[in-house]
Design a protein around this ligand. Structure first.
Ligand code: SF4
Length: 406
């Protein structure tokens, strides 16, 4: 009997099969492919010269390594924890946005910083590096859906409306923006006695704010704000949600006056996928398992977990855990898979078994890295991220307040 050859599946068919299987995650299974084959998965890509579309992963790897060798110490590559393995392998430094911000600030020799993260991270790197350093984002379409939920004009309007309500009360509001925001919002906090925070230092940023004011206006991530405030002992009913789509944020003047924290109604699509039900299932399937989640998860998820913290904390806690322990992790899948790979003596898996990559960070395919690096070799700076001087001045104030937190 003649065997029937299995037809080679297209990339779309492969993705469909993966999405249809609740036990798999695409980022867990997809092998490196030429960029052209990823276009169906990653829409809204930045245009790239056609010659990069069909280059094989092996050839891209050789070309990236050759360009790096040529550029030497003139180039530093930063890679966020959520970046895919095919790209993060080239990073000189890896970390969360806080750690990478510090690395960017410490660069004394580099002419170019290639930031394999998303747009707001590259902006922060540009603000923190010397003016002559050129910061490059491989794919300008690598944004952040959470950052995009806080349009600066909406935030400025909310600030004015909040102050109309509080006029004459003597109340002082300190704005805090999560690192995941546009540079103009970082500048806004700098100009208004506030600061930037990351998930690593959000609790300390709350201390800073309450030493200088009696209310916090926190944007764009409601969940990090709520989880931080709750951990600081602020009752949930004193943390109100400002929905920018509604008049006065959907709040009454009384709610605004009584609030300790006014939270912007933004969220991270990746971390919204984690649920209490997933935690309960993990506990049923693996009695005694440890559950650790990122504070961008919803409040009830953080409450149901054993621990929560920044990606840096998650990496540290899981890495330092004894052999033989089991961990269900509520954060982005590329990081969780890497942790599992690097800790074969432990059971480590992502709480969400279906689809949980940061889809915007995933837009940085090695073809984009090769494109911008070969541009540098040829003397062209492609995809430079540059923050204007006024925004830079006030953003730097806000970022330096963050970096100076104890
Ligand atoms: S994981 Fe969420 S918050 Fe982080 S970069 Fe991606 S979309 Fe933005």
């Amino acid at each position: 009997m003649t065997a029937v050859a299995t037809p080679t599946r297209t990339r779309d068919e492969e993705l469909l099969a993966l999405y249809s299987n609740p036990d798999t995650c695409p980022a867990d299974r997809l092998k490196p492919v030429p960029l052209i084959e990823e276009q169906a998965f990653v829409a809204w890509q930045q245009d790239i010269p056609r010659e990069y579309l069909r280059v094989s992963p092996e050839e891209l790897d050789q070309r990236i390594r050759a360009a790096r060798a040529y550029l030497g110490k003139r180039l530093v590559i930063l890679g966020h924890h959520y970046q895919r393995d095919e790209v993060i392998q080239y990073a000189d430094f890896t970390g969360d946005s806080f750690k990478l911000a510090r690395h960017a600030a410490e660069q004394k020799e580099a002419e170019y910083v290639l930031f394999c993260g998303v747009h707001f991270m590259a902006e922060s790197a540009d603000i923190l590096t010397r003016p002559e350093v050129r910061v490059i984002l491989p794919n300008m379409a690598a944004g952040c859906s959470m950052a995009d939920m806080a349009d600066p004009d909406d935030v400025y309007a909310a600030w004015d409306e909040i102050h109309e309500v509080l006029a004459g009360s003597g109340s002082k509001v300190i704005p805090i923006t999560y690192m995941n925001s546009a540079a103009s919002l970082k500048a806004f906090t700098g100009e208004h006695d506030g600061l930037v925070c990351t998930s690593s230092n959000a609790p300390k940023s709350f201390d800073y704010a309450f030493e200088r004011g009696d209310k916090i206006f926190f944007f764009p991530d409601q969940h990090l704000g709520r989880n931080t405030g709750y951990a600081k002992g602020i009752p949930l009913d004193q943390m109100v949600l400002w929905n920018w789509r509604l008049p006065h944020g959907g709040l009454t003047p009384d709610q605004i006056r009584k609030a300790k924290v006014i939270l912007w109604a933004g969220h991270c699509s990746t971390h919204q996928r984690f649920s209490v039900e997933q935690i309960e299932k993990a506990r049923r399937d693996y009695p005694g398992i440890n559950v650790i989640v990122h504070p961008e998860c919803r409040w009830e998820v953080v409450q149901a977990a054993d621990d929560s913290g920044s990606t840096e904390k998650i990496v540290r806690v899981v890495t330092e855990a004894p052999a033989g322990t089991a961990w269900a992790v509520g954060t982005e899948i590329n990081l969780v898979n890497r942790l599992a790979h690097e800790n074969p003596d432990k059971t480590i898996f992502c709480l969400d078994p279906v689809v949980c990559p940061c889809s915007t960070m995933y837009r940085i395919h090695p073809a984009y890295v090769a494109w911008v690096l070969e541009g540098l070799v040829a003397g062209h700076v492609i995809n430079e991220v540059r923050v204007d001087d006024e925004t830079r001045k006030w953003s730097l104030v806000a970022l330096e307040r963050m970096l100076a937190l104890p």
